[in-house]
Design a protein around this ligand. Sequence first.
Ligand code: APR
Ligand code: PHB
Length: 408
Amino acid sequence: MNRLRTQVAIVGAGPAGLLLSHLLHRQGVDSIVLERRSREYVERRVRAGLLEHSTVELLRACGLAGRLDREGLRHDGFELRVNGHRHRVDTTALTGHRTYVYGQQELVKDMIRARLEAGGQVRFGIEDVSLDLAGDGPSTVRCTLDGRPAEIACDFVAGCDGFHGVSRRTIPPGLLTSYERRYPSAWLGILAAAPPTSRELVYAVHERGFALASMRTPEISRLYLQVEPGESLDAWPDDRIWKELRARLAVDGEAALTEGPVLERSLVELRSYVAEPMQHGPLFLAGDAAHIVPPTAAKGLNLAVEDVKVLSEAFHAWYATGDRAPLDGYSEARLPAIWEAEDFSDWMAHLLHRLPGDDTYGSRLQRARLDAVVNSPTAARQLAERYVGTSRQNSGGRARSRVTAAPG
Ligand code: APR
Ligand code: PHB
């Protein structure tokens, strides 16, 4: 039996687990990260790539933004294209803050390199993690390490293992409430070796369905199409994808798209999910393990970063002064900002998509919302603040007034 000891055992080496390990290291707190997949797999996994200003600030402050500052693309706005008519939302003018496009897997590569260079323990290919949470005293994480059964004694466990991970399932069902919404829609995403035709992101609302033209570098486009849920990638050969993108992104009937070889393709179902509370005894959930948003506003990564910032500060308070109040208050501190992002992502989903089953009333509501964003400076400013994340920064931390008699 392999017996190890650490202060915080971290399950999952996505952005949440890796960043938490990095921040803890800077505070002198020891951790071990256990990841089910291989390093190559997590470094190649393509996910959304839009970073809020505050996410970038945090990465800069902790020394993880070197390559991001060199290679990331700075954005001051985006285009809303409605049936071929273009409308620009100048998010920087409206909020004073920029957003950044930088692929999530690039950030994951930077984080893994930083952890390993600092001598951090990130163990890949660990497929059999199980948690034995203690009421008092050390908890135990069991798994196979280097071909031998291992027991890792730890003070705390950070569940950063995504929506399908093992950590959340360790919480007794009666102690956890799940809030969930599934949308009758999915996104088909491709990476293509084609320069983006627009310098800014284009969100295209079209009667054939939604499309998004994003990018990763000046040579690589990232493009999404709204498709039916349960669709198979086999039903979408490259020709069909490009034909649909051309139609939905056309400007005044003219194609507005550069095409190129498809490098990667994936499907993601649109879903919202929140687990409350985000903690149980010595276990703390962060990132997708605790909440999912539909990808419409690319908030998932930004929320995960905020979670682990708050969590690392709470661990610091415990180890530096013995104060457990910030750890005890972790879930309560995070949930208002998470629900603000859930609300905005849901609102964006309804703004941008005509959902199967929507009646004519639903489509007129969509039109009214689009009209407001295009014509009302107040509506545009609110959209911009929520898009760049400044509205959420006001949702956590300080004392908040509560809406009494809120249902549920
Ligand atoms: N044991 C160990 N690792 C696990 C287990 C398990 N049982 N189950 C899942 N994992 C790993 C996954 O392989 C993955 O690498 O946990 C990691 C979770 O990482 P992400 O899914 O990337 O989640 P998170 O770190 O919370 O990042 C937030 O933002 O853009 C969104 O969904 C997107 O990944 C994104 C997220
Ligand atoms: C992306 O580039 O992957 C992306 C950008 C913006 C979004 C969603 C995804 O709203």
